[in-house]
Ligand binder design. Structure first.
Ligand code: HEM
Ligand code: NAG
Ligand code: NAG
Ligand code: NAG
Length: 329
């Protein structure tokens, strides 16, 4: 009888930990399944980076968009078919650069080339590792990633609507859309510093440099006048819509805390950037990280880890491991 009770308790206990759908992400998830996965991905990302530096911002932004639409499940990778317009073809995909997709596809091919690893590592985890790798390749912190995500089973253009923050957002709007994803305001401020690398098309901020607030010739008063003049010369009225300029004009290729120093000089490119320094609630955090690069790096790692947990699927039938990242199995 005693034995039976212990046995039953054991079963009850165990079931607490292996409930379907409640499995946890963890570091070294692939230790037995595909032991070298992290170095295989890192090598593929490094090779891609040597071909084009756009790899850095393109991959980082792809990870963010994936996590905010339908959870971190590589649904952003799926290509549209005759019957389905996928996530990436929503107009609000905000012109994701093709090199982010290509980075994941190349890394997946490198992983699958190892027989033990073939179709054992999810596209969602490969994107998570690649996002970590581009941050460290551009001078940012290197950190251990949690793994064990499955790939999502659907991807629709409609699912993107309202999920992504807009460059016109103020602090309250940013805080609220990140809170919807379980991400704190502090993490949101840290993640915004991803704009220390990469580019924006002129139309994403032209409202700040031309006829601001509908007033002919007006410039956003929270924009540095010298910087505004520079932006006007780089993005004249009726500029070719394919023109894109650096988000961080001071250290564009380096992942660093210059983003926060720029905000102090009113050189945040989007309203959503500059509001972090203009609003008294977030300003102290901006000032702290502008002055303390190590504190920023720690905060960014925490925030990326939390971003990587958004809406993850860790057990079937919620997801699977896609054979081709751009096609649902
Ligand atoms: C806080 C709210 C955010 C807003 C409103 C926002 C908005 C934007 C916009 C409008 C662009 C320019 C897109 C284009 O014209 O091509 C951009 C670029 C970028 N964003 Fe964000 N973003 C936000 C947060 C983030 C986060 C959390 C990350 C990553 C952790 C991120 C990473 C990037 C990167 C790396 C680029 C440059 C992309 C490239 O050069 O291809 N952003 N963002
Ligand atoms: C599209 O849907 C139809 C009917 O639902 C199906 O027969 C066809 O195979 C689908 N085509 C693709 C490309 O998925
Ligand atoms: C983003 O969506 C537009 C359609 O609105 C499409 O033309 C473009 O190719 C898409 N970008 C990517 C990288 O798929
Ligand atoms: C505008 O930027 C310049 C550097 O380009 C800086 O010296 C100046 O202090 C900034 N102005 C404001 C209001 O921050």
């Amino acid at each position: 009888m005693e034995k039976l009770i212990i046995l039953l308790l054991g079963v009850v206990n165990l079931s607490l930990f292996v409930q379907p759908g409640s499995a946890q992400l963890r570091q070294n998830f692939y230790a037995d399944i595909c032991p070298n996965v992290e170095s295989i991905v890192r090598n593929a990302v490094t090779q891609k980076f040597q071909q084009t530096t756009i790899t850095i911002p393109a991959t980082l932004r792809l990870f963010f968009h994936d996590c905010f639409v339908n959870g971190c499940d590589a649904s952003v990778m799926v290509a549209s078919t005759a019957n389905n317009t996928a996530e990436k073809d929503n107009p609000d995909n905000l012109s994701l650069a093709g090199d982010g997709f290509d980075t994941v596809i190349k890394a997946k091919a490198a992983v699958d080339a190892v027989p033990q690893c073939t179709n054992k590592v999810s596209c969602a985890d490969i994107l998570t590792m690649a996002a970590r790798d581009v941050v460290s390749l551009s001078g940012g912190p290197s950190y251990a990633v949690e793994l064990g995500r499955l790939d999502g089973l659907s991807s629709t253009a409609a699912s993107v609507n309202g999920k992504l923050p807009q460059p016109t957002f103020d602090l309250n709007q940013l805080t609220s859309i990140f809170a919807t994803n379980g991400i704190s305001q502090t993490d949101m401020i840290a993640l915004s510093a991803a704009h220390t690398v990469g580019f924006s098309h002129c139309n994403r901020f032209s409202n700040r440099i031309y006829d601001f607030g509908g007033q002919a010739g007006a410039i956003d008063p929270t924009l540095n006048r010298t910087y505004a003049a520079q932006l006007q010369s780089e993005c004249p009225r009726n500029v070719d819509p394919s023109v894109a300029i650096e988000l961080d004009p001071i250290t564009p290729g380096t992942f660093d805390n210059q983003y926060f120093r720029n905000l102090q000089l009113r050189m945040g490119l989007f309203t959503s950037d500059q509001t972090l320094a203009e609003d008294g609630i977030s300003r102290p955090t901006v000032d702290t990280w502008a002055a303390d690069s190590a504190a920023f790096s720690r905060a960014f790692v925490t925030a990326m880890t939390n971003l990587g947990r958004v809406g993850v699927k860790t057990s079937s039938p919620l997801g699977n491991i896609r054979r081709d990242c751009s096609v649902l199995n």
